[in-house]
Design a protein around this ligand. Structure first.
Ligand code: ATP
Ligand code: MG
Ligand code: FE
Length: 341
């Protein structure tokens, strides 16, 4: 069974082919990052228009890469939500039109289930059940995952997502969009002992988190440094980045440890763009060694949005495949409402 996966929920157009026997056989990706950089964030209308331009050539390139033709496709999976309405509609209409013309079924995929299952595309794959830390641009959740579609949310951010906190903080430090990866790169050369920022909700008796206060704390710190030193110098900026990253990683690792104990899990899976963060990986790896549990990550390139995770999630949900035709998108969609596969 060969599943074509289409991702278009935000600013990446992703297309991939996942075969139930051979695994992931091809994937193509176009990121609109450079296009949105000029505006300091994603412009929804531009995103939709760009998906329209990219989706057909990317699909052709993907088939070519795999040495397959349209006739080889058994089902078309696409991201139905959550995400930007107009952007989602491009993938949904393309997937439905293609499947309809091929007389093949479609499968709607939840974007976060795609992220959540992406560690199963790595060489070292976790078995169920596992704890999942989903840390992306729009979400930060800790979940107990007992099977495909069996997701219990144990805790989540009450305000900004971790990736959003990275991006907003980067912006106020004057870094180019998207700032998360850049901030984390600068943090590597920062002095961990120079500044300390608060760890919001570190000791709350639940598994919820809050990151919006951190950017305000960074703003206050920046003003203090400016007051004493004038312009923020290169080193001071790196030190602030380090303090910010230390705080966020500390909270995430601490909450994960607490959740592992509470849910009685032995494995943890990290998914979403912030899962690419080296310091978060180092922190979780150290905790895993100390408390004897296993940590699993998606391949680095599959941390942020891509078509591979959508093709894979679709392949895991083949039993829900149905005839193409009338369709809708779900810009808001609660992961916990998915049926078990
Ligand atoms: P969602 O999946 O919740 O709809 P999204 O698709 O925008 O949101 P992802 O593509 O999973 O999110 O991840 C993008 C986010 O990951 C951005 O906020 C980006 O700054 C962040 N990110 C990527 N790499 C790193 C890194 N190395 N360190 C910190 N943050 C990172
Ligand atoms: Mg993106
Ligand atoms: Fe995403």
């Amino acid at each position: 069974m060969l599943v074509l996966g289409i991702e278009s929920s935000c600013d990446e157009t992703g297309v991939a082919l996942y075969d139930l026997e051979a695994g992931l056989i091809a994937q193509q990706l176009h990121t609109q990052m450079a296009m949105h950089a000029e505006y300091g964030g994603v412009v929804p209308e531009l995103a939709s228009r760009d998906h329209i331009r990219r989706v057909v050539p990317l699909t052709e390139a993907c088939l070519k890469e795999a040495g397959k033709t349209l006739a080889d496709i058994d089902a078309v999976a696409y991201t139905q939500g959550p995400g930007l309405g107009g952007a989602l509609l491009v993938g949904a209409s393309f997937a439905n039109a293609l499947a309809y013309s091929l007389k093949k079924p479609v499968i709607e995929v939840h974007h976060l289930e795609g992220h959540l299952l992406s560690p199963l595309l790595a060489e070292s794959r976790p078995e169920f059940p596992f704890l999942a830390l989903l840390v992306s641009g729009g979400h930060t959740q800790i979940m107990a995952v007992r099977g495909i579609g069996d997701y219990e949310i144990l805790g989540e951010t009450l305000d900004d997502a971790a990736g959003e906190a990275f991006d907003k903080t980067a912006k106020l430090l004057g870094l180019d969009y998207p700032g998360g990866p850049r901030l984390s790169q600068l943090a590597e050369s920062g002095d961990p002992d120079r500044f300390t920022l608060p760890r919001p909700m570190l000791h709350s008796d639940n598994l919820d988190m809050s990151f919006s206060g951190l950017k305000t704390a960074v703003l206050t710190l920046t003003r203090q440094v400016e007051a004493s030193e004038g312009e923020i110098g290169e080193q001071a900026r790196m030190d602030i980045c380090r303090a910010f990253q230390d705080a966020i990683v500390d909270v995430l690792v601490h909450k994960c440890l607490k959740a592992m104990k509470k849910a009685g899990m032995k494995r943890i899976v990290v998914a979403g763009g912030v899962g690419a963060n080296k310091q978060l990986r180092a922190g979780l790896n150290a905790a895993a060694a100390k408390y004897r549990f296993a940590v699993f990550y998606p391949p680095m390139a599959l941390c942020t949005d891509n078509g591979a995770m959508i093709a894979f999630a679709g392949a895991m949900r083949l039993k829900f495949a149905h005839g193409a035709g009338g369709f809708s998108v779900k810009p808001r969609w609660d992961l916990a409402t998915l049926p078990k596969a």
